[in-house]
Design a protein around this ligand. Structure first.
Ligand code: GLY
Ligand code: MN
Ligand code: MN
Length: 434
């Protein structure tokens, strides 16, 4: 199967789910950072999932029904612009290369849009995702309505195309898992490189640079999200991204970083001792979080509900917090009261795929979704202990999270991010010998 066949199959599946109607799926716009400088371009995940086409200013129009049609609108060839900005396929080459039925200049979009919508029962569109696109597509609808006396009917229904696409994207195919395995491998290597570079006196941004170097060196296009490199108290700020502090002897360092490869994210967190050895309190909290992760992993298999891994992690952490003297009462008591959330305030994971927090509902019909093979999720319990008078000082500013990426398999699960060591003794050995 050539890689383009996969995209054609996805379009055929979407068309089958749609039944009859027309889907309009634009890619992401280029975004200005300041004056003539742009943010690095990232295509829209839905558009790319269906086309593999990575140029900006492109739209997929998918006509479902008896004989489904894929129509790509893209930038024209432009030798002058290509001297400045690089190669553009242009419609003719794009049609061949990407295996669509028709391709046109994106400049023809507003003229052709109403024609595609005419006499179709439904328009499928990401309603509300972008105000400018909403207005544009509604303009086409009104243009069709304007021709009603000529006997042309406008779609009577507008449906959110993401409902079907999110379900499709939630369960990954083998070709997607292959990319995600490689992304995980690159990110695992980056964490190893970071572990070897850590020592007192170095800076968080220096460690961030090691991660980014390793991502890019292996061809990953970008980090999948801004890396978190958080020493000491910074780790208790869940979305800390300043990464500008010095690493202090005696602190922990939390690193949450993953690359994006060919449109797919990886998402790994490791926590290590800046000195190279966890002290007693750090070691105890670390062991608790690792045990919580193992308990959560143990619940990942087909048929279990989405919430089962989280509940398993919460039970271990609740008991652990009592055992460490950080909470008083019984395990079920501190779970029921929510007291454990003072130290573990986020959930144990999220879907992972093209987006780091990937699409897909977590509940269906009011019930937690059942895990099925091909779903990819993160497993990332943590414990964050800010300095406070009622907490023994030995625990102050310990922030620990351990995060792996896991795919549900027919029998249980596969850990995609196994390359990054996580046993305390392995991390210490790597830091000592690295
Ligand atoms: N790195 C984002 C997350 O862990 O959810
Ligand atoms: Mn995550
Ligand atoms: Mn993460």
């Amino acid at each position: 199967m050539t890689d383009m066949t996969v995209y054609a199959q996805r379009r055929a599946r979407l068309a089958a789910i749609m039944g009859r109607g027309v889907a309009v799926i634009p890619t992401a716009p280029e975004r200005v950072r300041n004056r003539d400088a742009h943010y690095p371009y990232r295509y829209d995940s839905y558009f790319h999932y269906l086309t593999g086409f990575d140029e900006p200013e492109a739209v997929l129009v998918l006509v479902a029904g008896g004989s489904p049609q894929s129509i790509l609108l893209c930038r024209d060839k432009d030798p002058e612009r290509e001297v400045w900005d690089g190669y553009r396929h242009g419609p003719a080459a794009a049609r061949e290369r990407f295996g669509v039925d028709e391709a046109y200049s994106v400049r023809e979009l507003d003229a052709r849009g109403p024609q595609w919508l005419a006499d179709q029962p439904a328009l499928f569109f990401a309603i509300g995702a972008d105000a400018a696109w909403d207005a544009r597509v509604l303009g086409w609808l009104n243009a069709v309505r304007g021709h009603s006396r000529a006997g042309v009917a406008a779609p009577s229904e507008i449906r959110d195309v993401r409902v079907a696409l999110d379900e499709m994207r939630l369960v990954k195919g083998p070709e997607e898992l292959a990319v995600m395995r490689r992304a995980a491998e690159i990110s695992g290597g980056a964490h190893i490189r970071a572990m070897k570079a850590v020592r007192p006196g170095r800076w968080e941004h220096e460690i961030e640079a090691e991660l980014l170097h390793e991502f890019r060196r292996h061809g990953a296009q970008a980090p999948a999200y801004t890396p978190i490199v958080a020493g000491g108290a910074h780790a208790c700020v869940l979305h800390y991204v300043a990464n500008n502090g010095a690493l202090q002897d005696g602190d922990c360092l939390l690193i949450d970083a993953g690359c994006e490869l060919d449109g797919y994210a990886s998402d790994i967190t490791r926590t290590l001792p800046v000195s190279g050895r966890f002290n007693a309190a750090q070691g105890d909290v670390y062991a608790m979080v690792l045990a919580a992760q193992a308990a959560a992993m143990g619940e990942i298999r087909p048929g279990n509900g989405w919430d089962a891994p989280h509940q398993a992690a919460v039970r271990v952490i609740a008991q652990g917090l009592i055992d460490l003297g950080l909470l008083r009462g019984t395990r079920d008591g501190v779970i029921e009261s929510g007291e454990y959330k003072r130290f573990y305030m986020h959930r144990t994971g999220h879907w992972l795929g093209r987006d780091v927090h990937d699409v897909g509902d977590y509940k269906v019909g009011g019930q937690w979704r059942e895990l099925v093979p091909g779903m990819v999720l993160t497993v990332e319990p943590g414990c964050y202990i800010a300095a406070a008078p009622d907490v023994p000082e030995a625990f102050w500013n310990i922030g620990i999270r351990i995060e792996d990426d896991v795919v549900v398999t027919p029998t249980a699960h596969e850990v995609l991010t196994h390359q990054a060591p996580k046993r305390a003794s392995e991390i210490e050995a790597l830091m000592r010998d690295g």
